[in-house]
Structures are given as structure tokens and as C-alpha cells.
Design a protein around this ligand. Structure first.
Ligand SMILES: [Zn+2]
Ligand SMILES: [Zn+2]
Length: 279
């Protein structure tokens, strides 16, 4: 690692912990969803060959490695890391984890500029919602990180290394290179922030993890037309299980009903009335 990005994240440790924080949910025998403060990450696979999807908040590398040890009942390291997108709460511990594990990192090619120090995300937009998390969002780090050569673009054919049976789907809107992951045979979906199951703008709802289908976190989403198309794409897959970037996993009829409801009422539920990024 030529440059330690950690100092950039010094101010990023938010004094927020949701009630679900530190909790894991075994969604399927090989899909484990873990809540790190306010964000979820997923462990997919077996002890011998698994992938870590997203890397949580800054300064959580020890917590994440302990979680993996506990989950597999013994020390284990992933074969690869896959990123749904590069926001600070999804790549927070990436640099630290890569110091422990020399493993490949995969992301969509349109997300690479934000992971290789070439581009920054636009700052969080506090005007999108009266919720406290939205109001705090300009304080969140928006600068891209730099993991240099260690990040590679995902294979063009939609496959995901070390995740047999899974495909990545480009679901832009929240960020340009946002992806979701889907496994056809059991209709398992890892949606990232394309939609979430908690109203992420509200501090109360984040803290209590009140389950409520929601569009992508508003304060960061820059392209609402693309975000809507992405939600429609995911709804059409009729997922049976969904792990989202924020909130408790949802499944079955509840998931499908909530997703169709979100599609039918996207403007009212998801899209902010005032956004500097509404277009
Ligand atoms: Zn995000
Ligand atoms: Zn997020």
C-alpha cells in the first residue's frame, strides 16, 4: 500500500450505532448478513472459499475479522472482496483489511475512478429530507479512496469470481458504477444501496432499524431516473431473499410486495422533493 488512506477517515467514525449493530443474520446457509454500525456487509460462500461483499465503516477491520472467525468457527480469509459501490460506509475498512489480506477486489468499471483516487463523489445533500442522518450527510466523507492496482473491474460476462451461480447487475443511480448481486437458483439478491429496508435518512429509524422499504439513501443519490430504472430491474427479478446495504434483510412475500409498492410509488417514497441532484 503506497499510501495509507486511513487518516482521511479520522473524522468519519460516526457516533451512530444501530440496535442491530454487531448482529448477524444467516439469510441462507451460505449467505450471512452482518450489521456494522449503520451498514451491512455480506459473507457469501464457505470457509474454504468465500467472498466478502462490502467492507463496512472506517476502523472496523478488527470487528470484521472477528465476525468472520466467529461465523466460520475459526480463522478464515476471503478469496476476494466485491464492492457494491465505493461510498465511505461500504469501503470504510477496505484499506485496513487489504493490509491483513492480499486478496483481489472487484467493482464495476464505472466505480473504479472513485476507488483509485481519480474522482470524488458529490457531497451529501442535506436538503433531501428533514431526517438527522440526511442533515449530517455533508459531514460524511465524499472523497474517493485509493486502493490502486488492487481493485479490478468485474468480468464483462456478468460472472463474479469465487461466487459460482451469482451474477452482478449494473444498478446505477445511487452511484454510476453501483452493482447488485443475484443468484438465480434461489433468487437471492444482494442489493447494495439500490434500495434499502430502512429509511436511512432518519436517525431514529436507523437506530431502531425500523423495517421500511425505501429507495436508495437520498442524500447521496445523484441520478434519480437511473435509480428508478435500477429498482424496476431488481423488482422484475422477483427476489426471494434480499440483503440490502442498510436495514434488516427481507424475504418472501413481504419482499416482493414491498418492492412492487416501491416501484409503483417511487416518486412519493424514494425521490426527494428537493434535491440538488434531482433531474
Ligand atoms: Zn451508498
Ligand atoms: Zn450505504
Amino acid at each position: 500500500m503506497e499510501q495509507n488512506q486511513d487518516s482521511k477517515f479520522e473524522a468519519a467514525f460516526l457516533p451512530i450505532t444501530s440496535i442491530g449493530s454487531g448482529m448477524g443474520v444467516l439469510v441462507l446457509p451460505d449467505v450471512f448478513c452482518y450489521t456494522n454500525q449503520i451498514v451491512n456487509l455480506a459473507v457469501v460462500g464457505t470457509k474454504d472459499d468465500f467472498v466478502l461483499v462490502d467492507t463496512g465503516m472506517p476502523k472496523s477491520a478488527d470487528e470484521i475479522t472477528e465476525m468472520i472467525t466467529e461465523h466460520f468457527d475459526g480463522e478464515a480469509r476471503p478469496s476476494a472482496i466485491v464492492l457494491t459501490h465505493g461510498h465511505f460506509d461500504h469501503v470504510g475498512s477496505l484499506v485496513e483489511l487489504l493490509e491483513k489480506w492480499r486478496v483481489p477486489v472487484y467493482a464495476h468499471e464505472m466505480e473504479l475512478p472513485y476507488l483509485t483516487g481519480k474522482k470524488d463523489y458529490p457531497p451529501g445533500d442535506p436538503g433531501v429530507d428533514s431526517g438527522l442522518v440526511a442533515k449530517m450527510s455533508p459531514m460524511f466523507p465524499n472523497h474517493g479512496i485509493n486502493v490502486g492496482e488492487q481493485v479490478e473491474r468485474l468480468p464483462q460476462d456478468g460472472s463474479i469470481p469465487h461466487m459460482p451461480g451469482w451474477k452482478w447487475i449494473h444498478t446505477p443511480g445511487h452511484t454510476p458504477g453501483h452493482i447488485s448481486l443475484f443468484r438465480e437458483h434461489d433468487r437471492a439478491l444482494i442489493a447494495g444501496d439500490a434500495f434499502v429496508t430502512v429509511k436511512q435518512e432518519s436517525l431514529y429509524k436507523v437506530l431502531t432499524q425500523t423495517q421500511e422499504i425505501s429507495g436508495p439513501p437520498r442524500y447521496y443519490t445523484t441520478d434519480w431516473n437511473a435509480a428508478f430504472e435500477s429498482v424496476k430491474t431488481l423488482e422484475a427479478l422477483k427476489p426471494e431473499f434480499a440483503v440490502t446495504g442498510h436495514g434488516i434483510p427481507m424475504n418472501g412475500e413481504e419482499l416482493r410486495e414491498n418492492l412492487s409498492y416501491l416501484v409503483a410509488n417511487f416518486n412519493e417514497i424514494a425521490k426527494p422533493k428537493n434535491s440538488r441532484y434531482t433531474h
